[in-house]
Design a protein around this ligand. Structure first.
Ligand code: ATP
Length: 207
């Protein structure tokens, strides 16, 4: 039986860095953002359903989803947003499930879900791992390392759960307030069971 781990953290917390390291250590990583893009990729039934509901203007000339155009349509329109989610969420769930089931029986599957806490998905995992960095430091990294506009970064942060809500949802907090080397060591420790004995969670009967 695979061990399913939910991985999350606020924007700019280091989720991608942690999931890349977990992948290199041997975890099967399922990237929720990538799945969400895949199910509405060019030529997919998901994209066809979106075109049917929202019209041809949300499809770009190259046959891909025109995200800014779709964003304009659903922005401030709660019903349109619900309709979009009614199309995408089941497709995302089904595709994620396929990827989980394709993992080898003894695998650790890390599901990287930026909005895990906001979507209340904690119960889906044997273990919820949160990459934890104070908001101001995340803001600094997003602006200085990623070149993101400060106001845009602040509003992205504000649109998410706050650090306290995320910490409350965590089984394991991976502190990423130090250097990248510090983070690498913490993830190594997590993987090797020095932080939490991954497999014992299964033995405890947690799903
Ligand atoms: P997003 O929510 O936007 O997907 P993320 O949580 O996946 O972000 P990363 O992309 O892993 O975060 O990290 C954000 C930025 O901060 C990257 O440029 C990354 O290299 C850098 N970073 C991550 N951890 C550290 C650290 N401990 N020290 C310095 N820089 C870091």
């Amino acid at each position: 039986m695979t061990l399913r781990v939910g991985l999350s953290g606020g924007i700019g917390s280091g989720k991608s860095t942690v999931s890349a390291q977990l992948a290199s250590l041997g975890a099967v990583v399922v990237d929720a953002d990538a799945v969400a893009r895949e199910v509405v990729g060019p030529g997919t039934p998901g994209l066809a359903q979106i075109a049917e509901r929202f019209g041809p203007d949300v499809i770009a000339a190259d046959g891909s989803l025109d995200r800014p155009a779709l964003g304009q349509v659903v922005f401030g329109d709660a019903q349109a947003r619900r309709d979009l989610e009614a199309i995408t969420h089941p497709l995302i769930r089904r595709r994620s499930q396929q990827l989980f089931e394709a993992a080898p029986d003894d695998a650790v599957v890390a599901h990287d879900v930026p909005l895990l806490v906001e979507l209340g998905m904690g119960a889906d995992y044997a273990l919820t791992v949160i990459v934890d960095v104070a908001e101001e430091e995340r803001l600094r990294r997003l602006v200085e390392l990623r070149g993101m506009d400060e106001q845009a970064a602040r509003s992205r942060i504000r649109a998410q759960a706050d650090d306290g809500q995320r910490r409350a949802a965590a089984d394991v907090l991976v502190d990423n307030s130090g250097t990248l080397d510090d983070l690498r060591r913490r993830v190594d420790d997590l993987w090797s069971g020095r932080i939490v004995p991954f497999r014992e969670h299964l033995a405890d009967g947690i799903p």
